[in-house]
Design a protein around this ligand. Structure first.
Ligand code: UDX
Length: 462
């Protein structure tokens, strides 16, 4: 009864404008905001939908960078926190518990004033499925990471049943027969105080996604075709790979930190294909010892490098040793945040040492850049295994941050025959990434299919 009353209260009065509108609700982190806002721009500028973005006050994107959209900030527990939380799972749980009611209220207000075709939310905002059902609104899920890592998350109950999740320390190198080529050490877990919290978030994300009307990925058929086919057997709603989304609009307009343009002028002064670009994304954190290993690995490689040391990357002091700074003065450039997409397409850049966040991975694939992978947590574990073993376009560091392995991987990638072969496979994949967006390509057709689906939602609106 309460649900029916709420839905009736939310029904638009007859005078409501009839323009087709889509409401989007991104998770407020860099790697999630970028693809969601990119999707919003595609829906608006290519397909003519009006766009409303519901957003937490925490990490609110700058509305003036997106004047065609309306922004609807909702309160959340994080924006009131003085200190950022370091635990990603506790952060997500706090966001979910504090946003559920404000989101519901905001959506009901929007439904009072607009003809809304559907709601598109990040997969991690799993509580929005119940609200969408209550209001009779189709919910589309944008999973901002890879198909392969989502499949690994969806397999958690199986991994638990088969015993892969218990006593992991003793069997890290064991292969997971049911999910080749993953090993136990690649299970996309996230360190947190109580591991049950991770399972709760992941299992809710998967279960509520299964109830949604459609699932979309920032990926493409030629990259993840086999995993996509398997996922379609388990998840019965329409699934579309419509990426790479950043090829439509760059991430610069959604960057929370100022991108230091000195990186580009520094790259302009370097020889073609000579520089290693190093960045571990917007969330990953390391301790001071790991920072020192990264620094000395770079120094011992003797290669030119451009390194993003973001505020918060280091738990503790992020000052780099003077000895290191003087050793690399002639060939290293360090910035706090960079225009990553411009860097990856710069002719001076030869390779990318990454944490294997999905946006970084897709951006590198689109430039045909070979990667060194140092995953920290979650989906990064699976993405990096696929870069190393399946697509074979990079080298995964298997021993964490260890200067000898770092130095050797840089040499393998930037000097030897092995590096050339990796680079050739990367160039092949770059061509496929570019073709999939052109007329008749896989993502082009998937976007058409997605739009047809949304249009069918629209037709079913009374
Ligand atoms: C997070 C998770 O860590 C990641 O595993 C998940 O796949 C997405 O959410 P993040 O760590 O920020 O993302 O990594 P990533 O997905 O690579 O996204 C980072 C984005 O920031 C990219 O679009 C990249 O171009 C941009 N970026 C990064 C910059 O603009 N400047 C930089 O200096 C570094």
């Amino acid at each position: 009864m309460a649900a029916a009353a709420a839905a009736a209260a939310a029904a638009p009065p007859p005078e409501v404008k009839r323009r087709r509108r889509i409401v989007l609700f991104p998770l407020p982190f860099q790697g999630h905001i970028n693809p969601m806002i990119q999707l919003a721009h595609i829906l608006h500028s290519k397909l003519g939908f009006s766009i409303s973005i519901i957003h937490t006050k925490y990490n609110l994107p700058n509305p003036s960078n997106h004047p065609s959209f309306t922004f609807h900030p909702i309160s959340d527990a994080l924006s009131e926190n003085e200190e950022p939380l370091l635990d990603p799972i506790l952060t997500i749980k706090l966001l979910i518990s504090s946003c559920t009611l404000p989101f519901h209220h905001c959506l009901s207000q929007l439904l009072c004033h607009h003809r809304v075709v559907c709601l598109i939310t990040d997969a991690i905002w799993y509580f929005t499925q119940a609200a969408a059902e209550e209001f009779g609104l189709p919910r589309v899920v944008l999973r901002t990471s890879s198909v392969c890592s989502f499949s690994a998350f969806a397999a958690f109950p199986l991994l638990r049943d088969k015993g892969y999740l218990s006593n992991r320390d003793s069997k890290m190198e064991d292969e997971i027969r049911e999910l080749p080529p993953l090993k136990v050490k690649d299970i996309p877990l996230i360190k947190t105080k109580n591991e049950e919290d991770v399972f709760e978030v992941i299992e809710n994300m998967v279960a509520e996604t299964k109830k949604s009307s459609c699932l979309i990925f920032n990926s493409f058929q030629e990259l993840e075709g086999p995993d996509l086919a398997k996922l379609k057997q388990q998840f019965l709603m329409p699934i579309f790979c419509i990426g790479p989304l950043h090829k439509y609009i760059s991430a610069a307009s959604t960057s929370f930190l100022t991108q230091e343009m000195s990186s580009i002028s520094w790259l302009d002064s370097r020889a073609p294909k000579s520089v290693l670009y190093v960045s571990f994304g917007s969330v990953a954190a390391m301790d001071e010892e790991e920072l020192a290993e990264v620094a000395w690995g770079l120094a011992e490689s003797k290669q030119p490098f451009l390194w993003v040391v973001r505020p918060g990357l280091v738990r503790g002091a992020d000052a780099l040793p003077d000895e290191f700074l003087s050793e690399v003065r002639e060939r290293g450039h360090i910035v706090k945040w960079a225009p990553q997409q411009e860097i990856l397409s710069h002719p001076a850049v030869a390779a990318f040492w990454t944490h294997s966040g999905w946006n970084s991975t897709v951006e590198a694939v689109c430039e045909g850049l070979p990667m060194i992978c140092s995953p920290f947590f979650g989906d990064q574990m699976v993405n990096s295994r696929y870069v190393n073993d399946v697509w074979r376009i990079g080298i995964k560091l298997e021993r964490g941050m260890e200067r000898g392995e770092i130095r050797d991987a840089i040499a393998r990638l930037m000097k030897g025959r092995e590096g050339e072969e990796i680079r050739e496979r990367g160039v092949c994949l770059k061509e496929k990434a570019s073709l999939c967006l052109s007329e008749g390509g896989s993502s082009y057709l998937a976007l058409d299919g997605f739009v047809d689906l949304i249009s069918s939602f629209d037709e079913s609106l009374v």
